[in-house]
Design a protein around this ligand. Structure first.
Ligand code: ADP
Ligand code: ADP
Length: 226
């Protein structure tokens, strides 16, 4: 379970202080999908970067399974970041590496031994339905397939939370549906907590258990969908 408690983020500039997040409270249980929706400028990217521990909040905290992830640095921060898998809008795959090599990257960086890496990658490819594309390059795949590779890579280190940052933006409706169906199966099969950050309300209507409407740095509305 992930708990976001009274999260604030501001930037100081020559024009003065800009308050972007003004006290966000949100919990997402394991095995559930919460969508964070909101118009441009609402603070979605900033919230996403705080959750993925790329940016430090000004105050407040983020806990995963009771463990406080704020105020960590160095080795501890890198270790705890593994609990969070992130998928991005453009899938962010390396063009000169095959699908299998892209998925193996987080495991390689961690020093996982060869045999274990090979079997983990095969397992991940199977989970996202791309076993037959192991040796393809990203440029040979459709957008939806690339995004599924991005999901496999995000799962490589067995995260507790999967954060999707506009991951279906720019995909056609069929590929979007494939990605959402996959996310639903990950929620159910792996018991992952999933946060879907998106400006596309239609996307979340079908898969999200809860929706938080972000507006002006605050959660203006929160509700259950199913
Ligand atoms: P969204 O993703 O919902 O469009 P953002 O998180 O990108 O929203 O931005 C929310 C607000 O925070 C915007 O008004 C933006 O200009 C401001 N903002 C974001 N990053 C910075 C920054 N580094 N410095 C100053 N203001 C920022
Ligand atoms: P999807 O199955 O995600 O809907 P598409 O309909 O775009 O994919 O593509 C159908 C098939 O064509 C897929 O198996 C995909 O791998 C392949 N394909 C798509 N684009 C390319 C490409 N540029 N080069 C090689 N194969 C491609």
């Amino acid at each position: 379970m992930i708990e976001i408690e009274n999260l604030h983020k501001h930037y100081d500039s020559a024009q003065g202080r800009v308050e972007v997040l003004k006290g966000i409270n949100l919990s997402v249980e394991s095995g559930s999908i919460t969508a964070v929706v909101g118009p441009s400028g609402a603070g979605k990217s900033t919230l996403s970067h705080c959750i993925s521990l790329l940016e430090k909040p000004s105050s407040g905290q983020i806990l995963i399974d009771g463990k406080n992830l704020t105020n960590l640095s160095g080795k501890k921060l890198r270790a705890e970041r593994r609990a969070i898998g992130t998928i991005f809008q453009n899938s962010a795959l390396l063009r000169r590496m095959t699908v299998a090599e892209n998925i193996a990257l987080p495991l390689r960086n961690l020093g996982v031994v060869h045999e274990e890496m090979t079997s983990r990658v095969a397992e991940l490819l199977e989970r996202v339905g791309l076993l037959d594309r192991a040796n393809s390059y990203p440029g040979q795949l459709s957008g939806g397939q690339r995004q599924r590779v991005g999901i496999a890579r995000a799962l490589a280190l067995r995260p507790r939370l999967l954060l999707s940052d506009e991951s279906t933006s720019g995909l056609d409706p069929e590929s979007t549906q494939q990605v959402l169906t996959l996310l639903e199966s990950l929620r159910t099969d792996l018991g992952l907590a999933i946060i879907l950050i998106t400006h596309e309300m239609d996307v979340v209507r079908h898969v999200a258990d809860n929706v938080a409407q972000l507006d002006g740095g605050r959660i203006a509305e929160y509700g259950k969908l199913h």
